[in-house]
Design a protein around this ligand. Sequence first.
Ligand SMILES: NC(=O)c1ccc[n+]([C@@H]2O[C@H](COP(=O)([O-])OP(=O)(O)OC[C@H]3O[C@@H](n4cnc5c(N)ncnc54)[C@H](OP(=O)(O)O)[C@@H]3O)[C@@H](O)[C@H]2O)c1
Length: 285
Amino acid sequence: MKILLTGGRGQVGSEFAEYVEQNPSLGIELCLTDLHNLDICDRNQVRSTVEDFQPQWIVHLAALTAVDLCEDEVDLAYSVNAIGTRNLVQAAEAVGAKVCYISTDYVFDGEGSTPYREWDKPNPKSVYGKSKLAGEQEIRPSDLIIRTSWVMGKYGSNILKTMIRLAQGEGEVKFVGDQVGSPTVVSDLIKTIIELVTSDQGGVFHATNGGSLSWFQLCKFVFQEVGADPSRVIEISSEQLDSSRKAPRPKFSVLDNMALRLTKANPLPDYRESVAGLVETLLKG
Ligand SMILES: NC(=O)c1ccc[n+]([C@@H]2O[C@H](COP(=O)([O-])OP(=O)(O)OC[C@H]3O[C@@H](n4cnc5c(N)ncnc54)[C@H](OP(=O)(O)O)[C@@H]3O)[C@@H](O)[C@H]2O)c1
């Protein structure tokens, strides 16, 4: 199967490329792209790259993911997240390819108290969430949307790496206890992407690790895994956070992985198992 990957140098893309390279039995031929060789906002470049490679699938990871920057750079956010997606869908249409678009819990308002299902009405509050939803709206019904949350992996920077660094230091650290979600370890997400793509699925799927908790609870869990004293982690509320953070964060962004369950696809493991495994990998360096 020929897959064109956008955002191939990002957190998910780097590990996706590594996984495909280490597992030749998957039979995947990858065309790895990122901003340096394919700006998805450039319609002509997208068209010629897709036509040259002739993929069966485009796994579309590229996005403007800096949520606070998106509040200031509204046109750029929509340009990358919405127009970029439109360009890829149009190019896919021209060569008979399907698109797998990776989306986010930020499409919901986070004001619920039970896990969001794939069919629940999105109501994004941030520019990032609105522009990612705009990208979803460019996707054809036969294409695939995978919404995920709290992504953490080996490459790039993420909050798990910050927590490990803090655990290895000294003194108190503060994390919010009133924002609840589900972590998603990149290696698990990649397996789900590949499973859904190779089984030619379409529609919307939520894909996160099992279980949910607050950032405060996650930090305590990480401290335990690192062997640091979890009582150093202090719970604060979102109101006590740095007010320079422009984008509103969802208070409750747990995604029910209902479509995976109903289609009998493999569930992602519980976060305790996956985050513990990732902490161990990161500690080994
Ligand atoms: N990280 C999370 O917690 C999370 C949660 C839910 C959903 N997601 C979604 O998951 C996907 C992958 O996330 P990630 O964590 O791997 O993001 P990431 O590390 O920020 O990677 C995104 C990549 O897209 C590239 N990019 C930006 N503008 C581009 C353009 N115009 N043309 C081509 N490439 C461009 C970036 O390049 P530069 O670095 O050079 O700008 C970067 O390599 C994204 O669609 C994101 O919205 C992420």
